[in-house]
Design a protein around this ligand. Structure first.
Ligand SMILES: [Zn+2]
Length: 236
C-alpha cells in the first residue's frame, strides 16, 4: 500500500457500517489526481496493476458517495462508509483486471471484518445514487465477491416461480417442508389473504372432511403471486 493522501475529508459523524465500491475511468495515480481536481476523495484506489493507493485515512469522512440513499437513509452515507475506487478504463463495462480483484477481495474482507459491516450494506455507487451514477458497472464481479463473503447474491436455485412461492410462503411463516404442505399452505394463505381464490362449499361437512381443493391452478395466477409478494414483504 502506498500513500497518496488528499486533503478532501472531514470528521465522521457516524460509526462505519457501509462499504461503497466505485469504478473510475482514470487509471493509477491519475485517478487520485482526478479526485483532487474535483475536490473529491475516497479511502482507497485499487489500480489495474493491483496496487492499493491510500487516499484518506479510514477514521476520516471521505467525499465519495455524494447525494445518495440506501435502505431509507439519505442523510450522510459518507459518514457511515468506507469508499474504494477501482480503476477501469471502460468504467466497469469490460472485465476488471484479475490483479486488482485479487487485492480488492482481501482489502474488502479486512474492512468488513474490522467494522462488522453487514452484507446488505456492501453496495455499488449506482446502488445508492441510481439517478446519477453508473459505477462500478455491469462487469463488476459481485457474484464472485459474494462467494468471498463480500456483499449479497441471490440463490440461483430459486428462480423458478414454484420455488418463489415456497420462499415467499416460508418468509411469512407457513410450513413449506414438502410439496403437499406447500400447496396446502398456499391454499391456507388464500383463505386468509386472498379469499377470491377460495371456492365456497355449501356442504359444511364436506368442507370439514375435505379442506383442500383438487385444483391448485391458482398458484400460477399472477394476481395470487402479487398478493403473496405483498404479504411476504409485510412480514419480512
Ligand atoms: Zn463512484
Amino acid at each position: 500500500m502506498r500513500e497518496m493522501l488528499l486533503p478532501h475529508f472531514n470528521e465522521r459523524r457516524l460509526p462505519v457500517d457501509m462499504l461503497v465500491l466505485h469504478a473510475t475511468a482514470h487509471c493509477g495515480e491519475d485517478a487520485v489526481r482526478c479526485l483532487d481536481t474535483c475536490k473529491l476523495s475516497c479511502h482507497y484506489v485499487v489500480t489495474q496493476e493491483g496496487e492499493i493507493l491510500k487516499v484518506v485515512d479510514e477514521s476520516k469522512r471521505a467525499w465519495h458517495a455524494g447525494v445518495s440513499c440506501w435502505r431509507g437513509d439519505d442523510e450522510d452515507l459518507n459518514s457511515r462508509s468506507v469508499g474504494i475506487e477501482v480503476c477501469s478504463p471502460s468504467l466497469g463495462q469490460e472485465p476488471f483486471a484479475e490483479e486488482q480483484i485479487n487485492v480488492l477481495i482481501p482489502l474488502c474482507r479486512d474492512i468488513i471484518g474490522r467494522y462488522g459491516i453487514p452484507p446488505q450494506n456492501v453496495v455499488g455507487h449506482s446502488d445508492i445514487a441510481p439517478l446519477r451514477k453508473p459505477d462500478p458497472g455491469l462487469a463488476f464481479p459481485w457474484r464472485r465477491l459474494s462467494r468471498e463473503g463480500i456483499g449479497l447474491w441471490y440463490d440461483e436455485e430459486r428462480l423458478q416461480p414454484e420455488d418463489d412461492i415456497v420462499f415467499l410462503l416460508g418468509m411469512i411463516g407457513y410450513d413449506v417442508r414438502s410439496k403437499a404442505v406447500v400447496q396446502a399452505s398456499a391454499y391456507a394463505f388464500c383463505r386468509r389473504f386472498a379469499p377470491q381464490f377460495v371456492q365456497k362449499d355449501a356442504d359444511i361437512q364436506h368442507l370439514v372432511e375435505h379442506v383442500l381443493p383438487d385444483d391448485f391452478g391458482f398458484m400460477a395466477d399472477r394476481e395470487f403471486l402479487k398478493i403473496l409478494k405483498a404479504v411476504a414483504f409485510a412480514y419480512k
